[in-house]
Design a protein around this ligand. Structure first.
Ligand code: ATP
Ligand code: MG
Length: 451
């Protein structure tokens, strides 16, 4: 018997059961029958069915109950609901419940068979990869300059190994993106990538954050705590901005890298953790070593497999592709088609890009949002490239406004960006090129002024 072609039919009308069974068996399906929702749920508890075909209205419990049970027991089960009296509510509930299809009676045998074939294919298809949680890092890396080809070679060589990796490069060059790609293309891809921002770990609790602590290690430690290095066990940790870490912690990190062991704060015992380490820095670690701010031994330990991601101004030939990529992303996100005039592209090509790819991305987002009429000319690019917020807002604004209106212009600009981001303040702050804190402060001031 081909168990992969099993179908459970749930239907309280015996005549319909006979018709459906005949049609499906003729196509080689193995059919099981249930004559009530209760009976169906019992069958499902004891046996796996890739496809369930159920009537909605039966006595007491309904086909929607069957749907929920079937999907709870086996999330890849395809459930087809049938009814002669559908309503908006039942359609909505079946969609929410993950129904594969909703067939309204009467339907033809062809329609039934076609639906069942699709349902079976969906049930047996491999699980889709979970979407990455981070919404700013997605898609492939763009660029085919010789420098980027070297980056791709590095990723492909290092991903399958367990080697500790150090990524260097100016801000916004793609260090975190490379770290993710190394993780995702390696044997630990199914496990976690834990991102630790060392710059944000600057207080006394760093050690606990990283290594964990046992109960009673410090006041308020009422239970054992796992550190981030342990949380990442089986996966990878990304130690971002490693140059920001204080020297005492650097020593503990060095021990960790050498032994792959952690000793929680307050504990005398060490334990092994199996994590791969990728570190990144936008500061020259060698220079920090020279100034005594970074341990030389830790630098050596990290520097085994290292990559310097070149700044965008050294690979300008990648700019047109990046521009095209980000334009596509943002015209889709904001639903406004935008076209660049030649002069506009030329300005983008010539810019120095101190903030590298991240800055280019933000500038394009800004252009998509703020360009009326959808045609970006050199003037608009110039304005977007000007110092953020104040200068940018002033020169981009209609010339009828005088410069004495600067704060009004800023407010207007902030409001526009907030509108375009549907009130998302983190996103708005990123586009404006200011810290979220700063945006909050400005909004508070605007609010206060209005009162
Ligand atoms: N080659 C590329 N193709 C497509 N997107 C890129 C590329 N390089 C960087 N990005 C995008 O630019 C943004 C900044 O990249 P990322 O966060 O990796 O930079 P970073 O080097 O870690 O910067 P920082 O030092 O400031 O943390 C992200 O949105 C990233 O997806
Ligand atoms: Mg980064």
């Amino acid at each position: 018997m081909d168990t992969a072609k099993k179908i459970l039919i749930v239907e309280d009308d015996p005549a319909v059961v006979i018709t459906l069974t005949a049609a499906l068996e003729a196509e080689g399906y193995t059919v099981a029958e249930a004559h009530s929702a209760e009976q169906a749920m019992e069958r499902l508890d004891g046996e796996d069915f890739p496809v369930v075909l159920t009537d909605i209205y039966m006595e007491r419990k309904t086909g929607l109950d069957v749907l929920h049970r079937a999907r709870a027991l086996n999330p890849s089960c395809s459930v087809i609901l049938m009814t002669g009296k559908g309503s908006l509510e039942t359609v909505i509930e079946s969609t929410r419940g993950g129904a594969f299809e909703y067939l309204s009676k009467p339907f033809s045998v062809e329609r039934l068979l076609e639906t069942v074939r699709g349902a079976l294919r969906a049930a047996l298809a491999p699980e889709p990869e979970p979407a990455p949680a981070d919404d700013t890092i997605r898609g492939p890396m763009i660029g085919n300059s010789p420098a980027m080809i070297e980056v791709y070679k590095f990723i492909s060589r290092l991903a399958p190994t367990e080697a500790t990796v150090l990524l260097c490069g100016e801000t916004g060059t793609g260090k975190e993106l490379v770290a993710k790609l190394i993780h995702q293309n390696g044997p630990r891809a199914r496990a976690r990538l834990v991102v630790i921002d060392c710059a944000a770990l600057k207080d006394t609790l760093v050690e606990t954050e990283l290594f964990g602590a046992v109960r009673g290690a410090y006041t308020g430690a009422d239970r054992d705590r796992s550190g981030l290095l342990e949380v990442a066990a089986g996966g990878t940790v990304f130690l971002d901005e490693i140059g920001e870490i204080d020297t005492p912690i650097q020593l503990r990190l060095l021990r960790f890298l050498e032994e792959k062991e952690i000793r929680p704060v307050g504990s005398t015992a060490s334990r092994k953790v199996d994590v791969r380490v990728i570190a990144a820095s936008n500061k020259e670690l060698g220079a920090l070593v020279g100034k005594g701010l970074f341990r030389e031994d830790l630098w050596y330990r990290l520097n085994v497999a290292s990559l310097e991601i070149p700044p965008l101004r050294r690979r300008r030939e990648d700019i047109p592709r990046l521009v095209e990529h980000f334009l596509r992303e943002f015209t889709k996100a904001y639903g406004r088609p935008v076209r660049l005039e030649n002069g506009a592209l030329r300005l983008l090509l010539e810019h120095a890009w101190p903030g590298n790819v991240r800055q280019l991305r933000h500038v394009l987002e800004k252009l998509v949002i703020l360009t009326p009429g959808g045609v970006v000319d050199a003037g608009a690019v110039g304005a977007a490239l000007d110092a953020y917020v104040l200068a940018g807002a002033a020169s981009a604004a209609p010339s009828s406004k005088s410069l004495t209106d600067l704060s009004a212009l800023e407010e207007e600009h902030i409001r526009k960006v907030l509108e375009a981001t549907a009130g998302n303040k983190s996103r708005a702050a990123a586009i404006l090129g200011i810290e979220r804190k700063t945006l909050y402060r400005k909004l508070e001031r605007m609010e206060a002024a209005r009162k």
